[in-house]
Design a protein. Structure first.
Length: 265
């Protein structure tokens, strides 16, 4: 398997990038030389709750004017003859199972919308579990995942089953509290509602995450899910993490036939 797509990329427009070299043009130059067919730029942009900026004035998140730049980027790439296909999307947010930072209108405006359901490290804005045990975090993570899958506001569920936050260094302990049947049911819902599941090399480079994700992604294949791939890069220097995706797919029994049609190959 040769990876020729990256559908999770952050430019300097994302506040968490900090790399002035992380531009669309630079990404295209590097990946076109690697034989890539298409990429999707997915800078952070969250809608809702509308009062977040006044409640959290010091939070370093994407601001409302970010959408204007994203749409300008979309016009730019549509009128530019790049050597590979460039799509423009966004990575939105799940604040709680009842509050997701995206809309159907935004989904219609962009090529691809990524919906993460596990940014629990953003403790100032993301709902935390009442039970902080491994099992409590497992239930909390799955509740967020199912809510995101049912929301219909995203095309792709980004880097699922990553227990960011309190137990970020113990993914296996958290995921081991979720049964195969629970994973299968949740992933069947994701498939039923038309969500693709992202294979994220930024997570796979961690041996702990790599090993702990094999089970749910193998189950995702059995549940009929389709997949996208992405580096989750925030810097130009990290466009070299694609072989690990092919290796992971092989271990999970995922083939190119399981890739979502949203990826232009």
């Amino acid at each position: 398997m040769k990876i020729v797509n990256d559908y999770h990329m952050h430019t300097k427009l994302s506040p968490c990038s900090g790399d002035q070299e992380a531009t669309i043009e630079n990404f295209v130059k590097v990946l076109a030389a690697k034989g890539f067919k298409s990429i999707c730029i997915t800078d952070h942009y969250w809608t809702l709750p509308e009062n977040i900026w006044e409640n959290k004035p010091n939070f370093k998140g994407p601001f409302p004017e970010t959408l204007k730049q994203i749409l300008e980027n979309k016009k730019m790439v549509e009128s530019t003859d790049f050597p590979l296909k460039v799509l423009i999307g966004a990575e939105i947010e799940t604040y709680s199972p009842d509050c997701i930072g995206g809309t159907l209108e935004l989904k219609e405006m962009l090529d691809v919308v990524l919906l993460p359901t596990d940014h629990f490290h953003l403790t100032s804005i993301i709902q935390q579990p009442e039970d902080h045990s491994f099992a409590g975090w497992g239930k909390h993570m799955m509740k967020f995942f199912i809510a995101g899958a049912k929301s219909r506001v995203g095309h792709v569920l980004a880097h699922p089953f990553i227990p960011m936050g309190e137990h970020h260094d113990k993914p296996r302990e958290v995921l081991d509290t979720v049964s195969d049947a629970e994973f299968f049911d949740a992933l069947s819902i994701a498939n039923e509602y038309g969500n693709a599941i992202e294979i994220n090399s930024g997570c796979l480079v961690s041996p702990e995450y790599y090993e702990s994700l094999i089970r749910p992604f193998t189950i995702a294949k059995k549940a009929g899910c389709k997949f996208t791939v992405g580096s989750d890069t925030h810097r130009l220097a990290t466009l070299d993490r694609y072989d690990i995706i092919a290796q992971f797919c092989s271990e999970c029994g995922i083939t190119e036939d399981d890739f979502s049609d949203i990826m232009i190959r």
